[in-house]
Design a binder for this molecule. Structure first.
Ligand SMILES: [Fe+2]
Ligand SMILES: [Fe+2]
Length: 263
């Protein structure tokens, strides 16, 4: 079984390159399951229900998010569409599982695609981020409840150390731990000794001629002035960053992880 995971989709440039490249990527890599982090889909800040549906229509099976999930308030209504209706597409949009439990939305999804039974878990780190529940123990609890062998974890975090620790902590218990959030791809993709594919950060799918997606003049200006600045998405040097994880669907063990960057 082959899984494509696409890193943080940023604004219209990110959504457009996914639209342009996804079909050929799926064919070229014989992809069975597509997961994408969509937390920056709406001009860099959050995601709307309509954007989630557009991504689902392109063939993305599950959308993960992170700290930007709440930026567009209407996403709360979209999450609530899946209340009591587990077959609603809205159920396949996730927010990190270790936010307070009473918040709208879900942090995991367990489903079937063709012959393949799989689960996706979305976690958020706590280093230099909001003080959510412990992502490590949240992972333990969710893994106790899941019956899928193929399990992908999106570890949305700032600190490389926290993401690498999660990789080691879950090695042999999940198929892949992929890092998101920093928008800068790392070159450390590997299969850990007990069969978990790992990368510290998949990288952003969006414009690279800015500062992690935002127009460079605005961010540089903010560093110079320390004044509040309204961020706008950059537009140029658009790239799609992703990984392909090949795994044994019967054991859930990863065989390989390949990093992809397409312009
Ligand atoms: Fe992001
Ligand atoms: Fe983030």
């Amino acid at each position: 079984m082959r899984i494509l995971f696409i890193g943080d989709i940023f604004g219209r440039p990110g959504r457009t390159i996914v639209k342009e490249k996804l079909r050929s990527l799926v064919k070229e890599h014989s992809i069975d399951l597509i997961i994408a982090n969509g937390e920056n889909s709406a001009a860099g800040f959050g995601i709307t229900g309509q954007m989630a549906e557009e991504l689902f229509e392109l063939g993305i099976d599950v959308i993960t998010t992170g700290n930007h999930v709440w930026d567009k308030r209407e996403i709360i209504d979209y999450f609530q569409m899946a209340d009591g209706n587990p077959h609603s597409p809205a159920r396949r949009l996730l927010r990190p599982a270790n936010y307070p439990g009473e918040l709208p939305g879900w942090g995991w999804y367990e489903g079937v695609k063709g012959d393949f039974h799989y689960a996706v878990i979305n976690l958020q780190g706590r280093v230099f981020m909001t003080s959510n529940d412990d992502p490590f123990r949240t992972a333990d609890q969710l893994l106790k409840a899941t019956t899928a062998k193929v399990i992908l974890v999106d570890m949305h975090a700032e600190a490389t150390s926290e993401k690498i620790s999660m990789g080691w902590y879950l090695d042999g218990r999940v198929t892949a731990v992929v890092g998101t959030h920093t928008h800068v791809p790392t070159a450390d993709e590997t299969v850990l000794p007990n069969g978990t594919a790992f990368i510290t950060d998949v990288g952003m799918t969006g414009p690279y001629d800015g500062v992690i997606g935002v127009k460079k003049e605005l961010v540089v200006g903010k560093f110079l002035s320390n004044m509040p600045v309204r961020f706008e998405p950059a537009t140029g040097d658009v790239r799609l960053c992703a990984v392909v994880v090949d795994c044994d669907e019967n054991t859930g063990r990863a065989k390989s992880i390949q990093r992809i960057m397409q312009k």
